[in-house]
Design a protein around this ligand. Structure first.
Ligand SMILES: *[C@@H]1O[C@H](CO)[C@@H](O)[C@H](O)[C@H]1NC(C)=O
Ligand SMILES: *[C@@H]1O[C@H](CO)[C@@H](O)[C@H](O)[C@H]1NC(C)=O
Ligand SMILES: *[C@@H]1O[C@H](CO)[C@@H](O)[C@H](O)[C@H]1NC(C)=O
Ligand SMILES: *[C@@H]1O[C@H](CO)[C@@H](O)[C@H](O)[C@H]1NC(C)=O
Ligand SMILES: *[C@@H]1O[C@H](CO)[C@@H](O)[C@H](O)[C@H]1NC(C)=O
Ligand SMILES: *[C@@H]1O[C@H](CO)[C@@H](O)[C@H](O)[C@H]1NC(C)=O
Ligand SMILES: *[C@@H]1O[C@H](CO)[C@@H](O)[C@H](O)[C@H]1NC(C)=O
Ligand SMILES: *[C@@H]1O[C@H](CO)[C@@H](O)[C@H](O)[C@H]1NC(C)=O
Ligand SMILES: CC(=O)N[C@H]1CO[C@H](CO)[C@@H](O)[C@@H]1O
Length: 436
């Protein structure tokens, strides 16, 4: 019977590898192609000394606020971005950016060129049953999500390496496809910058929903901006003088993606997971199905990414996967009322007991219980399966039946594998009988 358990494990293993995320070199290159790179697909030795594309702003900048060169009253700066992929098992993605957009920000303050350069494993496999971030109480949840420093570190398994300046990277959550940094969602007061709780005032941004950071002069986003995909030309307004932005920046953010009502790459998080716009492949706005980090399992093969939402934390609040508590954060008046698993996350959840009973006329009954909480860990090169209780009895019958209770998790696949397994055991036992 050890043989049959081994076969079971092998079959479970084979099926779990089918569920790995899309993290091949070609998958990575496909994602990298969504970035407005200026390097021709080859990583550069220094992004700041590379040649980018000119952005010419005829008003709004002075010689002290222009991140490039002033020609009369015109500020000319360069957008420099290079997103490249390399390696295999794991594939690595390198993000090099000077942080400058493809449009002219409306800035009351100095904007500087940055030196962002990091490399991380691309779209690592993750498991809904093993969240990276878990919080059950409001205070635990708030200390993770309402925390500008919570994305300072990336899970070590992803081998995140910084080659550019490290200082600013501490509060960067990811990079937008236009090279602009996506800062951790929180203001310096550890509250929602747009809908702050605790009596703090909202921060001001321009109509592309960006603003410079007073300490590093980095122009950055905290919320998804359609300007990353379609840069406006000329001088842009402030958010407060744009009525739809001023009345509700969160719904305005979503409205800027009206031409992208499908799953659209808008950036990459520092943990190597993809950031998508506010819509799913079927054109439905994401308003549920995400965890405390704003991450979602969004397809049947287990890909996990962050989605732009109309609710805090808007893009990403931590490096997930996170859990789905009933608690809410204390730092935003625009937090979701609940977190919930996507249909795909539900399918990957091993919360159920699967009981399978098979009777064949080879006189074997196998009952396998995969216990609650014990699961298949998916990783590109590793498969671990815990089968906690395996019992075997014998009987003599000529029918094959299958009963499964609470088998939400991959029951169809499991049962197919199981049938194959039983068939193989049957053959083995049959051969044994023939030989001995
Ligand atoms: C970009 O602007 C610089 C001046 O700042 C100019 O010398 C250069 O020719 C411009 N490049 C392009 C491609 O227009
Ligand atoms: C939210 O809760 C955290 C953790 O308990 C606390 O440190 C923080 O001050 C609270 N923030 C607000 C705005 O109440
Ligand atoms: C799974 O089995 C355990 C012990 O056999 C039981 O306590 C638990 O309620 C079962 N879970 C479900 C979802 O049926
Ligand atoms: C799952 O398996 C692990 C390791 O084998 C064990 O520590 C844990 O208690 C098990 N959980 C359940 C719910 O059986
Ligand atoms: C998975 O592969 C990577 C790179 O090949 C290796 O560093 C890592 O140790 C492997 N993990 C396991 C658990 O074998
Ligand atoms: C085989 O099992 C089925 C279902 O449990 C039962 O109805 C049938 O009578 C059994 N047949 C024999 C020969 O034991
Ligand atoms: C095995 O089962 C099949 C149909 O279920 C039956 O036709 C066959 O006679 C059985 N063989 C034995 C050895 O019982
Ligand atoms: C979830 O699993 C069930 C059973 O395997 C399958 O019928 C269903 O299509 C799956 N749903 C999704 C969204 O993958
Ligand atoms: C999850 C489960 O059913 N665990 C059981 C496995 O078998 C041992 C010993 O029979 C029980 O104590 C566990 O409850």
């Amino acid at each position: 019977m050890f043989t049959s358990i081994v076969i079971l494990l092998i079959l479970f293993g084979v099926q779990s590898i089918d569920c790995a995320a899309s993290n091949s070199l070609s998958d990575c290159n496909t994602v990298a192609a969504n970035f407005y790179s200026t390097c021709g697909g080859v990583a550069v030795s220094s992004i700041t000394s590379s040649t980018g594309t000119n952005v010419s702003c005829s008003s709004g900048f002075t010689s002290s606020t222009c991140p490039g060169t002033m020609y009369g009253s015109t500020c000319v700066f360069q957008h420099k971005l290079c997103v490249t992929c390399s390696g295999s098992s794991p594939v690595r993605i390198r993000v090099q950016s000077n942080g400058l957009p493809r449009f002219c920000p409306n800035v009351p303050a100095t904007v500087s060129e940055l030196n962002i350069d990091f490399t991380v494993n691309f779209n690592s496999d993750v498991d809904v049953n093993s969240p990276v971030q878990t919080a059950t109480s409001s205070s635990a949840l708030s200390s993770i999500v309402c925390n500008i420093n919570s994305q300072q570190t990336v899970p070590s398994a992803y081998n995140y390496v910084v080659s550019g300046s490290t200082q600013l990277m501490a509060v960067i959550a990811g990079i937008s496809c236009d090279g602009v940094s996506i800062l951790n969602v929180n203001s310096a007061n550890n509250v929602d910058p747009f809908f702050p709780a605790g009596g703090f005032s909202a921060e001001t941004v321009d109509s592309c929903m960006g603003h410079p950071n007073p300490s590093s002069n980095s122009y950055h986003y905290h919320i998804a901006s359609g300007c990353a995909l379609t840069p406006p030309s000329g001088t842009i307004a402030t958010c407060s003088s744009t009525s739809s932005c001023n009345s509700n920046i969160a719904s305005y953010s979503i409205s800027t993606f009206s031409s992208y009502r499908t799953k659209t790459v808008i950036g990459i998080a520092k943990d190597g997971h993809i950031i998508y716009g506010p819509y799913t492949t079927s054109g439905v706005q994401v308003t549920s199905g995400f965890d405390i980090c704003n991450g979602m399992f969004h397809d049947s093969i287990g890909n996990y990414g962050y989605f732009a939402t109309q609710t805090y934390p808007y893009i990403t609040g931590c490096f997930g996967p996170g859990n789905y508590p009933t608690a809410t954060v204390n730092c935003s008046t625009n937090a979701p009322s609940s977190y919930s698993k996507s249909i795909y996350a539900l399918n990957f959840t091993t919360s159920a007991n699967t009981t399978t009973t098979t009777t064949t006329n080879t006189t074997t009954i196998i009952t396998t219980t995969v216990a609650s909480g014990n699961t298949t860990t998916r990783a590109s090169n590793t498969t671990t399966t815990h089968v906690s209780n395996t019992t075997t009895t014998q009987a003599s019958n000529t029918t094959t039946t299958r009963a499964s209770s609470n088998a939400r998790s991959n029951s169809r696949k499991l049962s197919l594998d199981f049938m194959m397994c039983v068939f193989m055991i049957a053959m083995m036992l049959f051969c044994k009988r023939m030989i001995f």
